[in-house]
Design a protein around this ligand. Structure first.
Ligand code: SF4
Length: 241
């Protein structure tokens, strides 16, 4: 693959590289500062994201769909809202770590309301932070702020679910069957969890802790199964070509 093909397939990366190149030429001091800041976040993400991918893979593989539907689905009612609030509040890590988890829960049957509650609680209600808040600003301040925040989260979730429907979320990129010829793995993203080999053993195998494509060519009747495997890959490392 030459550099033009690589840039075409990774447009965002190419745009960032170009921006840095321009910055280095026009304002080198700011470019160095920017690189330092970016590296800080890259290192933070490298520390957190593999754990999140593993966690997502474990829930994906072992949590039955019925359990997710009963706990977080459309009919889970106020109990689902409470579970979601607890899950979001007790989760650790930055908000971007919540996105793969929420996407997986959505695919397994969680409702839009509960996904918004999890994401919002993850972002603004952290249980260890509540203790710190009470220590510095007082229990009354913390308690009132927490109650108002939870009410806001709940209202936001119901408004969001009225505006954005599940069908509007690109759970996976639809690919026209007639355009599908083969399958590919971006090895740099693969975390070696083995889900693909488990769900589509004809097409994938694990070697040296990385997934490999056993059979690139896809028969039409295998597309639906492979689409499911692509959905399940926690690292989003598999794609149709
Ligand atoms: S490609 Fe296969 S082994 Fe790699 S992360 Fe995805 S599902 Fe796991």
């Amino acid at each position: 693959m030459n550099i033009v093909q690589f840039a075409k397939r990774n447009k965002l990366l190419a745009a960032v590289a170009l921006t840095y190149a321009v910055l280095f030429i026009t304002m080198p001091d700011k470019a160095v500062l920017s690189i330092k800041n970016s590296m800080y976040y890259v290192i933070e993400m490298l520390e957190i994201i593999p754990v999140i991918f593993l966690l997502t893979a474990i829930i994906e593989a072992w949590a039955p769909r019925e359990l997710i539907i009963n706990s977080f689905g459309e009919k889970s009612g106020w109990k689902g809202n409470v579970f979601s609030l607890i899950l979001g509040s007790f989760s650790a890590g930055p908000i971007y770590a919540a996105f793969p988890v929420c996407k997986m829960l959505l695919r397994k049957g969680a409702s839009m309301i509960n996904i918004v509650i999890i994401l919002s609680a993850w972002a603004v209600v952290k249980v260890p932070m509540l203790a710190n808040e009470a220590k510095f600003l007082g229990v009354e301040f913390m308690g009132v702020r927490w109650i108002l925040t939870v009410i806001s989260i709940w209202m936001t979730a119901y408004i969001m679910s009225a505006i954005v429907k599940k069908e509007n979320i690109p759970i996976y990129r639809e690919v026209e069957i007639e355009k599908i010829n083969a399958i590919d793995i971006k090895e740099q993203y693969c975390i070696g969890c083995g889900l693909c080999a488990r769900f589509s053993p004809d097409h994938f195998e694990i070697m040296d802790k990385k997934a490999k494509v056993k059979k690139k060519k896809i028969e039409e009747e295998k597309v639906a199964g492979l689409r499911l495997t692509i959905e399940k890959c926690p690292a989003k490392a598999i794609c149709f070509k």
